[in-house]
Design a protein around this ligand. Structure first.
Ligand code: FAD
Ligand code: SF4
Length: 454
């Protein structure tokens, strides 16, 4: 049995190595869509948290878009004060279990950690995930008994990270928050995009219950502009927050993109969730790639989610084709590594030119006559997934009520205020396809602006 951990060793960062969460073996994990990381043991979490130097100027905290009180809750974890640490995490972040799982810590807090200079950064993400999971499992809730109710109501369109970030801060301040979403569950792309092996769907169900306990009201399966008119929301609420995301898939005008063997990344991913969760979302049919040779075009997080999903569907082969070199790939390094371990092939420096019924014609972007015979190359495949990213998708009712958009279609805002009084916006629809944590931060910024205006 391992010795019970005692905090306070000032040389902990030297005596205790950075230890990442253990992963399931690749050949086992590709047999299902469950998460790949094991839960951390309490003693290990305390040991890892104790490595923190408690820097006077915590770079980790500055780099985090939510400015989470990282060194403070790390100290609580190392002192066995898990519930207190969870409370502090929730003071700045309504979804810490999600950020712990999907934030690119290697570009944010852990990259900025003082120990990331040869000693190994503190494992901030893994600790955040495990402690926030404890909060959900044990029904730990913040004490809101002293909150004075206001008589204000805010309608929130979109139950993604931006909408949830806004709603949670409002209810903590006595404002009634009603969140509308056209989908059958909360989460936006967290539920209908990111696959279960990165984020199990039950987490969002637990988080919905948590938010409902705090007083957030959800009206799901309700599309604003179709089931309810935006004018109705304007007349029955003091403010509106829009967190509607970006859903117009970029297709690169690629020849052959309309062929039957081609599928858009998000349609493919939502089709999987729809089947696994038995939702009745008829616009998202299931694509079964068992036994198929699959090519995924693109190199971001969405592409990684697609290649790893196809591997789990038992595709015969899965190849990711990216137009630049590996270093230029925008996807998280961790996810690229996970995809490699799971058997995905990568081909770099290839620009797709045309999709045909049996593959993709490409051109080498690193062509050199001494290295290659031909500039063009044909890759055979049964199925092609397009993962080129997303453009703004402003609603057709924006114009009617005067919401202005940029030329790109992104919603114009100044400090989250749109061109219409009392209507705020945030997340991907304002900044373009970005990150969960930045969407949450913008939702919270909008809530702060709303609260200031009372
Ligand atoms: P969304 O999450 O898109 O939520 C918008 C919500 O608004 C949706 O639920 C939608 O149904 C609803 N809605 C829209 N219009 C209406 C309407 N008229 N009426 C009612 N409801 C409406 N980020 C990371 O940080 N880490 C990752 O690992 C990561 N992986 C990703 C993988 C994929 C496949 C994708 C596509 C994105 C990924 N992202 C990741 C990006 C991240 O998911 C987004 O940046 C984030 O979800 C944006 O949040 P949001 O609230 O702005 O929008
Ligand atoms: Fe601790 Fe690293 Fe943050 Fe410093 S930068 S407070 S060592 S987690």
């Amino acid at each position: 049995m391992s010795k019970e951990f005692e905090s306070g060793d000032v040389l902990s960062f030297l005596n205790q190595e950075r230890q990442l969460a253990k992963k399931r073996e690749a050949n086992t994990r590709i047999g299902d869509f469950n998460e790949i990381y094991f839960q951390g043991k309490e003693n290990n979490l305390k040991r890892q948290a104790d490595r923190c130097l408690d820097c006077g100027n915590p770079y980790c905290e500055w780099k985090c878009p939510l400015h989470n009180y990282i060194p403070n809750w790390l100290e609580m974890v190392s002192n066995n004060q898990f519930e207190k640490a969870a409370t502090l995490m929730h003071a700045t972040n309504p979804l810490p279990e999600i950020c712990g799982r999907v934030c690119p810590q290697d570009r944010l807090c852990e990259q900025a950690c003082t120990l990331n200079t040869g000693f190994g950064a503190v494992t901030i993400g893994a600790i955040e995930k495990n402690i926030a999971d404890m909060a959900l499992a044990n029904n730990w809730r913040p004490d809101l008994s002293l909150v004075k109710p206001t008589n204000k109501t805010v309608a929130i369109v979109g139950a993604g990270p931006a909408g949830l970030g806004c709603a949670e801060l409002l209810v903590r301040n006595g404002v009634k928050a009603i969140v509308y979403d056209k989908y059958p569950e909360i989460g936006g792309l967290l539920t209908f995009g990111i696959p279960g092996f990165k984020l199990e769907k039950e987490i969002l169900v637990k988080r919905r219950k948590y938010l409902e306990d705090l007083g957030v009201v959800f009206k799901l399966n309700t599309e604003i502009g179709k089931d309810i008119n935006i004018g109705e929301l304007q007349s029955s609420n003091d403010f509106i927050f829009l967190g509607m995301g970006t859903y117009c898939a970029v297709d690169g005008n690629l020849k052959g993109r309309e062929l039957g063997n081609v599928v858009q990344s998000l349609d493919y991913l939502i089709g999987n969730v729809n089947k696994q969760q038995s939702y009745a979302m008829h616009d998202f049919p299931y694509n079964d790639f068992k036994g198929k040779d699959v090519i995924v075009l693109g190199g971001g997080d969405t592409a990684m989610d697609c290649v790893r999903s196809a591997i789990r569907q038992q595709a015969k082969s899965v190849t990711c084709v990216y137009r630049k070199d590996e270093l230029a790939m925008p996807g998280s390094r961790t996810e690229i590594q996970n995809a490699k371990e799971e058997g995905v092939n990568f081909i770099f420096d290839l620009q797709p030119l045309e999709i045909t019924s049996n593959g993709v014609k490409c051109e080498r972007t690193d062509f050199d006559e001494l290295k290659y015979k031909d500039k063009q190359i044909f890759l055979a495949s049964d199925k092609v997934i397009l993962a080129f990213g997303f453009k703004a998708s402003p609603a057709d009712w924006f114009d009617n009520i005067g919401i202005k958009v940029e030329q790109s279609g992104l919603t114009q805002t100044s400090e989250q205020q749109t061109s219409v009084e009392n209507i705020f916006a945030g997340g991907d629809m304002v900044s373009g396809a970005d990150l969960v944590v930045t969407a949450i931060a913008q939702g919270r910024d909008a809530a702060k602006k709303i609260l200031e205006s009372f």
